[in-house]
Ligand binder design. Structure first.
Ligand SMILES: *[C@@H]1O[C@H](CO)[C@@H](O)[C@H](O)[C@H]1NC(C)=O
Ligand SMILES: *[C@@H]1O[C@H](CO)[C@@H](O)[C@H](O)[C@H]1NC(C)=O
Length: 282
């Protein structure tokens, strides 16, 4: 009888664990903390993480693995106060954690929120390609990102990089390396953080502390094993299959609409900053 009870409770525990929806995986399985000490808090049995920024520090985390392709995503809710100066991010980067930029070729694909005082929050997308950055496209989204969790994703395969917000594509960077446009041919890992870059302006600390929340940690990525990067181009990974090599007509329509309605700044309109990629990524 006792034995049966034990078995029964075990089954219950397992069932409860699986009932956590698709997010039944813990933060620890995919990510580790990179900075911020106790400013990172694990909530909901590892299914949610809070990052906190105050005058002493922000906080951040990194994927445990390097990747060569993937469909990377996370759910995120950003600080809900007057938050000018606060940066909440989710991005891919080639520079190893803790190493200064310059050690390896710098590739980066960014999704970042710039906090504001009352105005709509700014979603910034940017890239570094072969050490060149300054390719920002800025959006005011169609919802308030401080109220609920929303899904932010980056698709990266041999043909394109696509930024998605709640499954709507908002930006594309095509692989036009045959036309001299940069495209990441090196492993990247995922990072996320809350911090206060000095170029974003002065924070009103009376509003603090600022907290960002993240969920849905599983990573759909091809683990880069340091042997052959081409292994990550295999069609065994669903994100490398033909339907992911370019946007569908429906996605292209959504992309155009999102950019027309919500993008308010584009480096491609700046004669000094624009690059030749601008002609391919419309
Ligand atoms: C937030 O900033 C706006 C504009 O500066 C100001 O009107 C408002 O009072 C601020 N709110 C708080 C809670 O400080
Ligand atoms: C970019 O596309 C070219 C074909 O035009 C291909 O040979 C190359 O492997 C691609 N680069 C990456 C990093 O996926």
């Amino acid at each position: 009888m006792e034995f049966l009870l034990v078995v029964f409770s075990l089954v219950l525990v397992l069932a409860t664990k699986n009932a956590n929806g698709g997010g039944g995986f813990s933060f620890d399985e995919y990510y580790y903390q990179t900075f911020g000490g106790n400013h990172l808090t694990i909530l909901d049995q590892g299914n949610e993480v809070q990052l906190l920024l105050d005058q002493s520090t922000g906080a951040g985390f990194s994927s445990r693995r390097d990747f060569g392709s993937g469909y990377f995503g996370i759910s995120m809710k950003i600080p809900d106060k007057n938050s000018t100066g606060v940066d909440t991010s989710f991005y891919l980067i080639s520079v190893p954690v803790g190493q200064p930029v310059g050690g390896v070729k710098h590739y980066e694909v960014d999704i970042e929120f710039f906090g504001t005082n009352g105005n709509p929050h700014v979603l910034s997308t940017n890239v570094f390609m072969n050490d060149f950055g300054g390719k920002e496209q800025l959006f005011h989204l169609w919802f308030d990102p401080t109220v609920d969790f929303h899904k932010y994703e980056i698709l990266w395969n041999q043909n394109q990089i696509v930024w998605f917000v709640d499954e709507t594509p908002i930006r594309v960077w095509k692989n036009m390396s045959n036309r001299g446009v940069g495209f990441p041919a090196v492993p990247m890992h995922v990072e996320a953080s809350i911090w206060n870059p000095n170029w974003l302006g002065t924070i009103d600390w009376r509003q603090g502390p600022f907290t960002a929340h993240y969920r849905e940690f599983p990573i759909n990525g091809c683990r880069y094993q340091g042997s052959n990067p081409r292994d990550c181009f295999s069609q065994n990974y669903y994100w490398n299959q033909p339907q992911y090599s370019q946007l569908s007509p429906d996605q292209q329509r959504k992309l155009r609409e999102a950019r027309r309605n919500y993008m308010f700044e584009d480096y491609c309109n700046d004669p000094i900053k624009k690059g030749q990629e601008c002609q391919f990524n419309q």
